[in-house]
Write a protein that binds this ligand. Structure first.
Ligand SMILES: Nc1ncnc2c1ncn2[C@@H]1O[C@H](COP(=O)(O)OP(=O)(O)OP(=O)(O)O)[C@@H](O)[C@H]1O
Length: 482
């Protein structure tokens, strides 16, 4: 079954399912997933005996009532999955959308092999950030750029195209450095560059990430190096694998100040610097302006930073156990497509994973103490839809792009060291859903006056309402669905 016909199946079910509100914190009998999830997301039917593994339920439970199946959140998610089908095209014609563009990729004067690359990835038109940033990045002489655009609006694709446009494949030395805040994101950006550069066979890519040891002093021949700050810096300064002074074109980065790595490779004066992020808190902005000289700037207004396509809710619970019960009750909604659950500490993430597993729910854990190989393997399984629910800490809050994530749960709200709302992390976390015009949902678990206060701080910061998910605002929730 194709994804479209799967969505159509959801459509039919939606029309026949009555709207029932779930009391999230009331313990209910072990739930089975919604009918449409008896197959996987691609419509492959899962054999009865395998379902305990694949969907977290066992045969013999078939007649038990699934409250989550009929819950409002469940219905909202299904509704949104159906709407996603034409959403991107509609948004790309809506001048108020971050995906809006008037130009085509041809008009952005990309090389023919890169045009083939973007079309091969299924892109029809550029997004707003791509349309605005590419001419600046491709101008001669090269211009520096600091650019902000909402999560999932195509920043990675934009600077990947810029790097691929600038490299000279005939020169067998590193010409572009791309710095990413995490290992996972470096791998993901590398995959985008590889896909986009599919028709540029002579352009090669090296991963400057922990564990990738190369012979000291032997210069790299790959034109693009993508990696994390510490390793790329070591490759330039300690191991002398990259000559930063040699005909360097671009140094692109995903915006986050990393105070652990204060050095920088001595790049040539005409090296083009590009810095992209969905958020720029004031200190990062000041830092960016220090390191990027005379930049072009693309900056969002505060109220533009959050996406209309991500609906934000909160659920009131009494404490940790209550939040856990609420999560169990939501499990049916989590597995309609895919979901990410964020915890504040590794310990909490491990506790949640263990307890959900004891309840028979299948979840995957991604946490900072795992080896980089283990982390990469977990993300790959999640990306391929083999796992539906990923529990993690902030290690995964930035940049990870998994199209099918329709729900983000903040089991713990993100706070800074002073206990105030960490708005930046909040935005990155909820931005794991609602990718490129798709609809998404964020559910925040509130278990104290303090966490309620955090929700209010976030609301005020972004000037966006976070709606209580309960029976008293059915009308508002119905309005959100329309
Ligand atoms: N022009 C386009 N047309 C269709 N899809 C696109 C286009 N540009 C990017 N995408 C897709 O949209 C998704 C989000 O893009 P991308 O990861 O580049 O966003 P981002 O702005 O870098 O996100 P984040 O802020 O979370 O890092 C990806 O799956 C990507 O393949």
């Amino acid at each position: 079954m194709s994804r479209d016909s799967w969505a159509a199946a959801v459509d039919v079910q939606e029309a026949t399912t009555p709207l029932v509100q779930l009391d999230f914190t009331k313990k209910v009998e072990r739930l089975r997933p919604p009918r449409t999830m008896r197959g996987d997301i691609n419509g492959n039917v899962v054999p009865e005996e395998d379902r305990a593994e694949n969907g977290g339920w066992r045969s013999g439970e078939a007649d038990r009532v699934d409250l989550a199946e009929q819950s409002l959140l469940n219905k909202l998610i299904r509704h949104s999955l159906v709407r996603n089908r034409n959403q991107v095209e509609v948004l790309q014609r809506d001048p108020t959308s971050p995906l809006y563009s008037v130009k085509t990729f041809e008009e952005l004067r990309l090389k023919p092999e890169l045009l083939r690359g973007v079309y091969n990835m299924g892109f029809n038109r550029p997004s707003r950030i791509q349309e605005n940033a590419l001419p600046m990045m491709l101008a001669q002489p090269p211009q520096n750029l600091i650019a902000q655009s909402q999560s999932g609006t195509g920043k990675t694709a934009a600077f990947s195209l810029a790097m691929l446009s600038h490299v000279n494949p005939a020169n067998k030395w590193t010409q572009c450095l791309c710095i990413s805040p995490t290992y996972e994101l470096a791998l993901q950006i590398g995959q985008v560059i590889e896909q986009m550069g599919k028709f540029c066979p002579d352009v090669k890519l090296a991963y400057g990430i922990r564990g990738n040891r190369l012979e000291r002093g032997v210069k790299l021949q790959e034109q693009i190096v993508i990696g994390t700050p510490g390793t790329v810096l070591d490759w330039c300064t300690k191991y002398k694998l990259i000559d930063p002074k040699k005909d360097h074109h671009v140094c692109a980065g995903r915006g986050r100040r990393d105070d652990r790595h204060t050095g920088s490779p001595q790049l040539t004066k005409d090296c083009q610097m590009l810095l992209f992020s969905a958020t720029f808190e004031d200190s990062v902005w000041r830092f960016a302006e220090q390191v990027v000289s005379d930049p072009n700037i693309i900056r969002l207004k505060r109220e533009e930073e959050t996406l209309d396509t991500i609906k934000q809710f909160y659920v009131v619970c009494k404490g940790k156990e209550d939040k856990f019960t609420a999560l169990c009750n939501l499990y049916g909604s989590l597995t309609i497509a895919q979901a990410m659950i964020f915890c504040r500490t590794r310990k909490m993430a491990a506790w949640l994973t263990a307890n959900l597993s004891i309840e028979g729910h299948q979840v995957a854990l991604l946490s900072g103490e795992m080896t980089v190989e283990q982390r990469a393997a977990v993300i790959e399984r999640f990306r391929n839809g083999k796992e539906k629910v990923l529990i993690t800490t902030n290690v995964c809050s930035r940049g990870i792009d998994v199209e099918q994530v329709s729900l983000v749960v903040n089991f713990d709200l993100p706070v800074d060291l002073d206990g105030n709302a960490d708005n930046e992390t909040y935005l990155h976390r909820i931005g794991r859903t609602g990718r490129f015009g798709r609809r998404g949902f964020a559910v925040n678990m509130v278990d104290s006056e303090h966490s309620m206060d955090i929700v209010h701080q976030i609301e005020m910061h972004f000037n966006r309402k976070i709606t209580k998910l309960d029976t008293s605002n059915l009308e508002e929730l119905e309005r959100l669905m329309s």
